[in-house]
Design a protein around this ligand. Structure first.
Ligand SMILES: NC(=O)C1=CN([C@@H]2O[C@H](COP(=O)(O)OP(=O)(O)OC[C@H]3O[C@@H](n4cnc5c(N)ncnc54)[C@H](OP(=O)(O)O)[C@@H]3O)[C@@H](O)[C@H]2O)C=CC1
Ligand SMILES: N[C@@H](CC=O)C(=O)O
Ligand code: NA
Length: 357
């Protein structure tokens, strides 16, 4: 059988870590997958004959740029089964998944956009696919932590999800664990800590997508839908934004980051109010399936709670279900960063390759 062909879109923090992991994947199958296409926003590398390409040389490539529609046609003609790995956060790429899937091209991705936009796209992805095209997106929630697989297993085995709550953002976790730790020893100004989160690769390409609560809202939308709620999208329930009103019109991420220090006092007051109540402030998400209610925002939490005890960029997902009613199922650990996100992508890729081989 011809080896599985891999097409990679996006070679940033996650994409680069993914390439390193791809080189040493431990597969049950004997034939190694072959990378036939790789791209970043303005460069692509591929050959007309579907030869193996070195994704790390994309910047020196002179391959003519293919549109998403051209890429669908190109990949549809490949000599083996194809898996598209989308390591971007791009909506247009996400919108093209149904076209790829209809051509029998499987999709593996950490990109949340396809699964948290309108229900039509969700239905197109999951209901109108070719039977041989697979979709895996573990890293779209909690990076490599087994969140999607756990939730799917619970549902598939007949459990009923009552509620999923916790801290679903590595960026928000890092910001509040650093800015307002339980011992009261805040380590720096809010804007400085936001820059650190960006430099560590925890934030979205544009950190405003984290600070406005939408990254967490997207994760809630994905979890809610998998748990059985028909959530229309990430803007269909209450989401608290931490973007100062005066910066909502900033024209670029760079302008936003430049001006953010002027608003450090806003976050200090949240921290002080929580301290006065003997608590700490954290960015908490709740998908209450039983009550059909989803919400995202700041909460004052007890200092001895599991949420307050999180470290670094850790996420926590607490699953309350019919089976796990007296003691919830908890998934916790690092929830952002190139390596741990790429691990979820690589593990998904292994599952896809083994099902396709
Ligand atoms: N970082 C993390 O901790 C986590 C990230 N994720 C998700 O992983 C994905 C990647 O994140 P990350 O690597 O941090 O982001 P980066 O900004 O580091 O990388 C994004 C990559 O996508 C490329 N890109 C963007 N648009 C296009 C396009 N239209 N066509 C081809 N390439 C494109 C960029 O190109 P160029 O290099 O030219 O700019 C860049 O290489 C996102 O969806 C994010 O939400 C999920 C969980 C955790
Ligand atoms: N920006 C996100 C990355 C993972 O989804 C986060 O901080 O959690
Ligand atoms: Na995950």
């Amino acid at each position: 059988m011809a080896p599985v062909c891999i097409a990679i879109i996006g070679l940033g923090g996650v994409g680069k870590a993914f390439l390193n992991q791809l080189a040493t994947l431990k597969l049950q199958t004997t034939s190694r997958p072959v990378v036939i296409f790789a791209s970043r926003s303005s460069k692509q590398i591929y050959t007309k004959n579907y030869d193996s390409v070195d994704a790390t040389t994309v910047d020196s490539s002179s391959s003519p740029l293919l549109s998403l529609s051209d890429l669908t046609t190109y990949l549809g003609g490949a000599p083996g089964k194809v898996i598209l790995v989308d390591n971007t956060s791009n909506q247009d790429v996400a919108n093209a998944y149904p076209s790829f899937l209809r051509k029998g091209i499987s999709v593996v991705t950490p990109n949340k956009k396809a699964f948290s936009s309108n229900m039509q796209l969700w239905d197109d992805i999951f209901n109108s696919t070719s039977p041989s095209a697979l979709v895996y997106h573990e890293s779209s929630v909690g990076a490599g932590l087994p969140v999607i697989s756990t939730l799917k297993d619970l549902v598939a085995t007949g459990d009923q999800i009552t509620k999923v709550q916790g801290v679903f953002s590595g960026t928000m976790s890092f910001l509040f664990n650093t800015f307002a730790p339980v011992d009261g020893s805040g380590k720096g100004k809010w804007s400085e800590i936001v820059s650190q989160a960006k430099d560590a690769g925890y934030t979205e390409p544009d950190p405003r997508d984290d600070l406005n609560g939408m990254d967490v809202a997207r994760k809630c939308t994905i979890l809610a839908r998998l748990a059985g709620l028909k959530v229309a999208g990430p803007d269909s329930f209450p989401v608290q934004s931490l973007i100062p009103k005066q910066l909502e019109s900033a024209s670029s991420a760079a302008e936003f980051m430049d001006k953010l220090p002027q608003f450090d006092g806003d976050m200090e007051s949240y921290k002080d109010n929580a301290a006065k109540a003997g608590k700490v402030v954290r960015f908490v998400a709740s998908v209450d399936v039983a009550a059909n209610e989803v919400k995202v925002g700041l909460e004052m939490v007890e200092k001895d709670s599991p949420i307050a005890a999180l470290k670094g960029s850790d996420n926590i997902f607490v699953f309350h279900t019919k089976r796990y009613s007296s003691s919830p199922l908890v998934v916790q650990g690092s929830g952002a960063g190139g390596e741990v996100t790429a691990m979820g992508v690589s593990a998904d890729l292994i599952k896809a390759i083994e099902r396709l081989s």
